[in-house]
Write a new protein. Sequence first.
Length: 345
Amino acid sequence: MARTTDNASASATSANSSITNVAALANVSIATVSRVLSGKRTKDDDIARRVRAAAAHLNYSVNYAASALRSTVTNTIGLVIPTATDPFCAQLLDEIEPVIDVDSQQLLLGIGGDQATQIQRIESLVDRHVDGLIVLPAWGAYLSEELEHYASTLPIVQVGGRRCSSHTSMVSIDENAAMEIVIGHLDERGIESVAYMAGKEISFESAELFAMFHTQVRAHHLNTEAEWNKFGDRSVQRGFDCAMRLFSEPLVQPEAVVCADDAIAFGVMVALHALELRVPEDVLVIGYNDSPIARTTMPPLTSVRPPFKQIVSEALRLINDGPDNPAHISLAPQLIVRESTNCQR
C-alpha cells in the first residue's frame, strides 16, 4: 500500500515539476526558464531568482541528457531587412556577422522590401526555431500583429522605424540628436540658409527627420524655404535632379544642403560641379549614413554616422535577456566632418 502511495506521490511530483509549471509559477516564458536553468541567461536579477525559486519549490531539475536530444537552443539569430543594398542595412550586416560568428552562432537572413514579404520572412525564420529575431521594417511596413504574435515566446528586437509593439524590444537612433548636431555644425560654419532633401514621405524616419530639421533650423535662427525642402528617393539621380532645379534658377539659393542619404548628397555634388559651383566654397553639403561613398566623393563628404557597433551590441544583449522585459534603447549618432563643410562663412 505504501509502495502505491509512493508511486502516486512521485507521479504527482513529476507532473507538478514540468518546465511549463515552473514558467507559470515564476510568471515568465518557458524560453526564459530554459535560459536561466541552462546558464545561457547569465544576468542575476529578479527574473532569474524567481525562476530558480520556482524550480526549487516544484523540485524541478533539468534533464541534461534529454535536453541534449531536444534542445530549444539552435544558436541561430534571425535578421530581417528590407534590402541588402541599402547603405544602412549593408553596414549593419557587416557589423553583426563577425560578432555572431565569434559567439559560435549563425545568422539567418530574410530580405523583404514590403510588409507582406517581411511577414513571410519572419514566419520562415520562426519556423526554423531561431533563438532571437532582429527586424528592420521596410518603408511603410507596420508589423505590429506579426511581432505581437511571437513576442511572448521569442526575443524580438526592432531596429529603427515606428515601434510596432510594446512587447518587443527596440533599438533606435536619436533623430533629434542627429539633426541637432547637423544644424549646429552648419551654424558654427556661419551658414544662414539651408535646404533639406528628405527621404520617402511614407517613411516614419523621414517624417521624423523632416520635423526635426525645421525644429533645429528655428532653434539656430537659420533660414529655409518650403520649395527647397522635398521628399524623394534616396538615390544619386534624385539628388542630381533636385540640385539642378534648385541652383539653376536665378532665385535666392541656400548656402548649404542637408541630405537624408549619402547617395542623394553625391548627386547634389555632381550637379553643383556641372553648374560650376564649388563645394564647400559656394555650397556646403552634408550626407547621412557615412557609407563608403562619403569617403570617395570629391571633396570627401561630411556625413552622419549611425552607431552600428552599439546597435548590434544592444540588439544582441536584448535578445540574450529574453522576451520578458522588452526595452527601448535610443542611441546618439556621430557627425563625421570632412571637406564638404570645411569652409567658414
